[in-house]
Design a protein around this ligand. Structure first.
Ligand SMILES: Cc1ncc(COP(=O)(O)O)c(C=O)c1O
Length: 263
């Protein structure tokens, strides 16, 4: 493995192409400081300093990449994001303060008043509340259908439907969806297919390979695996994740670098 210096950090250049998910879970997304530490460094900092006022202006203006403020980016959190994106086979991951923050951020970033969502009935209870009570207050209506009954899904879709949302396996019933059929239905109707992959993690199931556009995780559960943290993450293509990141940067439900299991 060689190291490439970028700004003040070292990026390991080991070729992770084709590596198993076990290797990706340890190596992907890794950065190293000039100390060349073995494990992932933790950056408990609110903000970052600049070489000059001109550099600060360029960073705030988006003309120069680099850290500004930990609500925007933090290297510890970025390592976690790079790792999950690689494990899920997605272009980009955006980490959040909790699984619910991941679902809320996805909805707020990608839906607008007048849009309609079709969601499986057997989702985590709070997801149900989020759609039924809170998204409804902002003009996003949700229809709930049986996860496994394709007729119900087909009948529920309308011209305004912009998102199909599922968990598979579902919490707590462990029902399993036909992801390919649901992806086809979503894409035939110009809607996004969003899969909460919390129960399986990318170790057991990679929904992007079955047609999902976006993956949600409550990292609080099996992704951490040890009951130490509350966290979440959204994975998908750059164009969609730029929108989710934009919401997080503005609204603030970002992951803390001190989240255990994130480093
Ligand atoms: C499938 C699923 N999605 C989302 C959530 C919400 O995650 P969090 O508790 O991290 O906000 C949970 C929590 O149990 C869950 O089981």
């Amino acid at each position: 493995m060689t190291l490439r210096r970028e700004e003040n950090v070292w990026i390991p250049e080991s070729d992770l192409e084709g590596m198993s998910v076990d290797t990706l879970a340890v190596r992907a997304g890794q950065i190293r400081t000039g100390e060349l530490e073995h494990s992932d460094p933790i950056f408990p900092t609110s903000s970052f300093v600049y070489g000059s006022a001109a550099q600060a202006a360029a960073r705030f203006g988006g003309e120069e990449p680099g850290n500004i403020y930990s609500r925007f980016t933090n290297p510890t959190v970025q390592a976690f994001e790079g790792r999950i994106a690689a494990m899920e086979g997605g272009e980009r991951a955006v980490a959040t303060a909790s699984g619910m923050a991941a679902i809320l951020s996805t909805c707020m970033a990608l839906l607008k008043a007048g849009d309609h969502v079709v969601c499986s009935r057997g989702v985590f209870g709070t997801t149900n509340v989020l759609f039924q009570k809170y998204m409804a207050k902002f003009g996003v209506e949700t229809s709930f259908v049986s996860l496994t009954n394709m007729d119900e899904w087909t009948q529920a879709v309308r011209a305004e439907t912009r998102m199909l949302f599922i968990e598979t396996p579902s919490n707590p019933l462990c029902e399993v969806a036909d992801m390919k059929a649901l992806a086809t239905l979503a894409h035939d109707n110009d809607a996004l297919f969003v899969v909460d992959n919390c129960f399986c993690t990318p170790v057991l199931q990679r929904p992007l390979e079955h047609g999902a556009d976006i993956i949600i995780h409550s990292a609080t559960k099996y992704l951490d695996g040890q009951g130490r943290c509350v966290g979440g993450v959204v994975v998908g293509p750059n164009a969609l994740m730029d929108e989710v990141y934009g919401f997080l940067r503005s609204a603030g439900p970002t992951m803390s670098p001190l989240t255990p299991g994130c480093s």
